[in-house]
Write a protein that binds this ligand. Structure first.
Ligand SMILES: Cc1cc2nc3c(=O)[nH]c(=O)nc-3n(C[C@H](O)[C@H](O)[C@H](O)COP(=O)(O)OP(=O)(O)OC[C@H]3O[C@@H](n4cnc5c(N)ncnc54)[C@H](O)[C@@H]3O)c2cc1C
Length: 468
């Protein structure tokens, strides 16, 4: 049997290891690739490097703005060098933020500025991790949260960031009003009755209409949740998933390729006292899976047997705490990612194909594949517009080649009528997007009206909107 420690050592060093106290030594099959090259921190013009979280997007903006209030923001936008790109925490994988013009951060515009009943008015520079405790002071919480809480609220809304839950929409689904500062410096308040077209377009806008300075959001009571994590054979996870989405407040699972196993995670409301999660097992297991990839990537049956033995040492996890402390976790291991949102009837079929394809073609992949459900909403560029969707997300370790996402995985998602996550890798262009978003043209018309000169558009967005 391979110990978790043995697998971790193999992952860390790439050296031949002694397995499970025995004497069998295996030659490294795949090994860790070297650190990807880093762009210069300053370019020839003396401009500082901007880079996204995973490291695949970078830019040297001519100017960087961090306005302290709406007035300063509006004045600055009028004269800012194009392309003007709002940026949050830089956690998107697609080239939404890069610009050689002006990068606008709302880091200095954060916090809750008021309440209308149970709806909070929140500045969009607020990081999700900072918002949890602010809302909790009032006994409130955001109904749902994504896997991590490092994002800014504006950035999360900009790409339709979501968590999981059959009855819980993506974060923008709880936005009931917003204030948009256009590139000409005009301030527009929009909701279902005031400027309703701007509201429908701006709830998910990829930062292409201007900068959203604040939003009004529904909140829910800050309840404690019980989190459960448990492993089971992948086939059983597939068979049980629908029932679990119907049963739990939040449910998701991870298919672990080359193991035949899946990890389930549920969250449900409880009045039970808090119960600590204990040390982070997720990262340790992820590194162990990388170790097995490095060690036994050349031999799938051996790798499967070793992974099963390794994962059988995992204990089911139970924790109880307020939702904002449990729903998001730390992701210290960097990766690149593709996620598509599929009609629910196609989700598990697409997943099964993705897993089979990876196991046949790509022994270098070790990241678990994430599977979630998201309730419908009606924002024009929401991937969840028109019905509940099931998402499938495939990750590649940041040092590894991720071209398989485009070559092998995206065609499966597209065959099953998926819509891409706006912040995650995909190749769809204007014509293809127009075919899967019924309100695409309406969005483009609002964009044209708010920014006729295209000052908010970098080359990536021009391509996406078919404007090149
Ligand atoms: C480790 C990791 C885990 C993740 N987990 C999830 C997950 O569980 N669920 C999920 O759906 N996604 C997830 N993502 C994707 C992530 O939530 C999105 O890419 C999100 O947009 C990143 O937020 P950000 O603050 O970094 O925004 P950025 O990436 O900096 O910007 C995103 C977009 O928002 C625009 N924008 C930013 N601020 C404003 C503003 N004030 N006004 C107008 N536009 C603005 C930008 O111009 C850009 O188009 C994850 C990403 C990583 C790296």
């Amino acid at each position: 049997m391979i110990s978790r420690r043995g697998a971790l050592i193999a992952g860390g060093t790439g050296a031949a290891v002694v397995a499970g106290g025995g004497v069998a030594a295996y030659k490294v099959a795949t090994g860790d690739k070297p650190e990807p090259p880093s762009p210069a921190s300053v370019n020839a013009d003396g401009k500082l490097l901007w880079r996204n979280w995973s490291g695949i997007q970078n830019a040297y903006p001519a100017a960087r703005l961090a306005p302290k209030d709406e007035g300063e923001l509006a004045t600055a936008l009028k004269v800012a060098q194009a392309p003007i790109r709002p940026v949050g925490a830089g956690h998107s994988f697609t080239a939404l933020a890069p610009t050689d013009g002006t990068l606008v951060s709302l880091d200095a515009m954060s916090g809750i500025v008021g309440w209308e009943g149970d709806e909070a008015i929140i500045r969009t520079g607020t990081r999700l991790g900072a918002l949890g405790p602010l809302l909790a002071q009032k006994g409130r919480a955001l109904p749902n949260l994504p896997d991590i809480n490092k994002q800014s609220l504006g950035g999360a809304l900009g790409t339709a960031t979501h968590g999981t839950g059959m009855k819980i929409p993506a974060m923008h689904g709880d936005v009931t009003g917003l204030r948009l500062v256009t590139p000409s410096g005009k301030v527009i308040d929009a909701d279902a009755t005031r400027n309703p077209e701007v509201f429908q377009a701006a709830r998910v806008s990829l930062g292409s209409l201007g900068v959203i300075s604040q939003v009004r959001m529904r909140t829910s009571a800050n309840r404690r949740l019980r989190r459960k994590v448990w492993l089971e054979p992948f086939d059983e996870a597939l068979a049980n998933a629908e029932g679990r989405w119907a049963q739990h407040r939040n449910f998701e699972f991870y298919a672990v390729p080359f193991t035949g196993l899946a990890a389930n995670i549920s969250h449900d409301e409880t009045d039970d006292p808090a119960l600590d999660r204990g040390p982070d097992q997720d990262t340790e297991f992820l590194l162990a899976l990388r170790g097995l990839r490095n060690l036994l990537g050349f031999a799938t049956p051996l790798r499967k047997a070793a992974a099963k033995a390794l994962l059988s040492t995992a204990k089911p996890e139970t924790a109880v705490d307020e939702g904002w402390k449990l729903l998001s976790t730390e992701r210290p291991v960097r990766f690149n990612e593709m996620e598509f949102h599929l009609p629910v009837e196609n989700q598990l079929k697409a997943l099964a194909e993705v897993v089979a394809t990876i196991e046949k073609e790509r022994p270098d992949v070790f990241f678990p594949i994430e599977v979630r459900r998201i309730a419908a909403d009606d924002a024009w560029l929401s991937p969840f517009q028109g019905g509940v969707r099931g998402s499938v997300a495939v990750h590649a370790y940041y040092r590894d080649d991720f071209s398989f996402l485009y070559e092998l995985i995206e065609p499966i998602f597209r065959r099953y009528d998926g819509r891409p996550h706006w912040g995650k890798l995909h190749t769809l262009n204007g014509g293809q997007l127009a075919a899967i978003y019924p309100r695409w043209k309406d969005f483009l018309a609002v964009r044209q009206e708010l920014d006729p000169e295209g000052r908010m558009l970098n080359p990536y967005l021009k391509g996406l909107f078919g404007l090149t």
